[in-house]
Design a protein around this ligand. Structure first.
Ligand SMILES: NC(=O)c1ccc[n+]([C@@H]2O[C@H](COP(=O)([O-])OP(=O)(O)OC[C@H]3O[C@@H](n4cnc5c(N)ncnc54)[C@H](OP(=O)(O)O)[C@@H]3O)[C@@H](O)[C@H]2O)c1
Length: 211
């Protein structure tokens, strides 16, 4: 897959490294190709990864990862990028959370005209984005979208990357996953658990005849 990564920080850097190692064509879309974060991300992802302007990276991509700070979404909406039909995995969280009228996922979809937005990769820390499981349990990636076909493509890609996709319904439900992200940050950094923690959806094995 050709993957454009907008935001080459903790999240974009970790996932870029993972996807490049899995044979995907990673292109960081950067406002400044020489920034320290972009250079570190390029180094981490290895020689197959490249950098381009955000508009060029998105134009060439099968899938786009949005991994910028919330405040940068408005900039990207006005950066002359053609979002039409592009599947955008939106990992953006707004910190501090709370007190907002609608979900960020919906606001991103409104801002990036024509993008097929799938909220993804926002509920766990970047330390969990190396594709490594916890024992035999894969890290859950919660997906919200109003575009069933885009969500199915992202779910397959997430599974192929070493994670477990969890369908969390329509994009409006990203408000719920954004709260989960805030809880993850609180547990990791305010309550002393550190970043090697994850939420896991567990399913009890039941047969069709209810017990
Ligand atoms: N950190 C986590 O564990 C984690 C987990 C899940 C979700 N998230 C969310 O994912 C997003 C990225 O987090 P992060 O920790 O990876 O951030 P980060 O390390 O601060 O990196 C942010 C990246 O966004 C770029 N950027 C900033 N403003 C921009 C603008 N106006 N236009 C274009 N690019 C811009 C920066 O570019 P430069 O290189 O030019 O500075 C940098 O490469 C945030 O919304 C965060 O809430 C974070």
């Amino acid at each position: 897959m050709k993957i454009a990564i907008l935001g080459a920080g903790n999240v974009g850097g970790a996932l870029g490294k993972l996807w490049a190692s899995q044979g995907h064509e990673v292109c960081f879309g950067a406002r400044d190709p020489l920034s320290a974060k972009v250079q570190a991300a390029l180094k981490g992802a290895g020689p197959t990864a490249r950098v381009a302007s955000p508009a060029e990276a998105v134009a060439a991509a099968d899938l786009v990862l949005l991994a910028v700070p919330w405040a940068a979404v408005a900039d990207l909406a006005q950066a002359g990028i053609d979002w039409q039909g592009k599947i955008v995995m939106d990992a953006v969280n707004r910190m501090p959370p709370g007190g907002h009228a609608s979900s960020m996922g919906e606001e991103v979809a409104r801002a990036l005209h024509g993008a097929r937005v799938v909220k993804a990769f926002n509920t766990t820390g970047s330390a969990n984005m190396n594709g490594q499981p916890y024992g035999d349990q894969r890290v859950d990636i919660h997906l919200c979208s109003d575009d069933a076909a885009a969500k199915a493509i992202v779910a397959d890609f997430v599974r192929g990357s070493g994670f477990e996709p969890v369908d969390c319904g329509p994009l409006a439900n990203s408000a719920l996953t954004e709260s989960l992200a805030a809880l993850w940050v609180t547990l990791a950094y305010r309550l002393g658990n550190g970043p090697n923690i994850m939420f896991k959806l567990a399913r009890r094995q039941t047969n069709l005849h209810h017990e």
